[in-house]
Write a protein that binds this ligand. Sequence first.
Ligand code: NAP
Ligand code: GLV
Length: 310
Amino acid sequence: MAILIQIGEFHSQETWRDGFLAVDPELDLRLWPDVGDPAEIEAVIVWHHVHGSLTQFPNLKVICNLGAGVEAIFHDPDLPADVPISRVVDPRLTRSMAEYVLLHVLRYHRRFAENQEFQAARQWKYVPSDDAADTTIGFLGMGALGLHSAEKIRNLGFRVAGWSRTEKSIEGMEMYHGPEGLGPFLGGLKMLVCLLPLTAETSGIINNDLLAQLPDDSFFINAGRGQHVVDEDLLAALDSGKLSGATLDVFHVEPLPKEHAFWTHPKVTITPHNAADSFPRDVCPQIIGNIKGVLSGKPPMNEVKLDRGY
Ligand code: NAP
Ligand code: GLV
């Protein structure tokens, strides 16, 4: 079996090759674009691959995504038919996302920006915060990342609400689902956290219509994808006072262009798409184990489906 590594953005193919070889030094790994004989390739490991490039492998058995979000695969109009696609679900990545969510929820909850302003002015001023028990944090997306982050927030004593595509019941959380559940979900929130996958249904979901349904003076945290947000609508909600702050990890164009209004907006916190990463030490064993499993007839791990988009 030969495995092709095709990693297109912000990562080194060589670093990942070394990570996979650390799992199994005997692997026959090919680094894009040096595929060798296409008929020998039985698995591909991709991140932002070249569209159309996966149709040339007649014996391809599995496509492995190096990260959690798979939209870059599904945006390829020439995906090989009937080849299963697996993504990464990894404990470290999941923990990192919860750290990110906790950091920014608590920063807003404890009004840390105001504290910093008082410090800069050498003012000894008490900044009160609300009781967490009266504060509802809402999660758009209650999958591997949303659910784990929501549990951590609930365990700190906050009220938690979650919105998913399918109906769910989770202890200690108010759950909503589907388009009809969105309005009731939004109405009681102090903070909205987006951990949705990017699909045809979720693209542009953070728009004027949704933002208008949030209470005044609420906060928004986006660690899903930049394309979930209509940037002009988010800026208008910040300027009107509907939103008191936004923390954004992901953007339409990354790196975020220097001229973008988000960079200098006083209510926006920007992080460079580093809420939760995949690291070779953590995910290479899972990916190689999955490939070997599929080639020996086992079902693919963490399979995603083109028809639902995630
Ligand atoms: P996941 O396990 O697939 O969960 C997706 C969640 O979104 C599920 O709860 C799903 O509902 C819900 N959902 C999907 N479409 C929906 C719709 N149309 N309406 C309502 N709910 C919908 O995904 P995950 O592993 O948690 O990851 C989520 C996303 O985080 C990834 O796709 C990626 O874009 C992003 N991410 C960002 C970073 C970063 O560093 N910023 C790192 C990793 C991942 P059901 O439960 O009903 O299926
Ligand atoms: C990172 O954004 C991922 O999808 O893993």
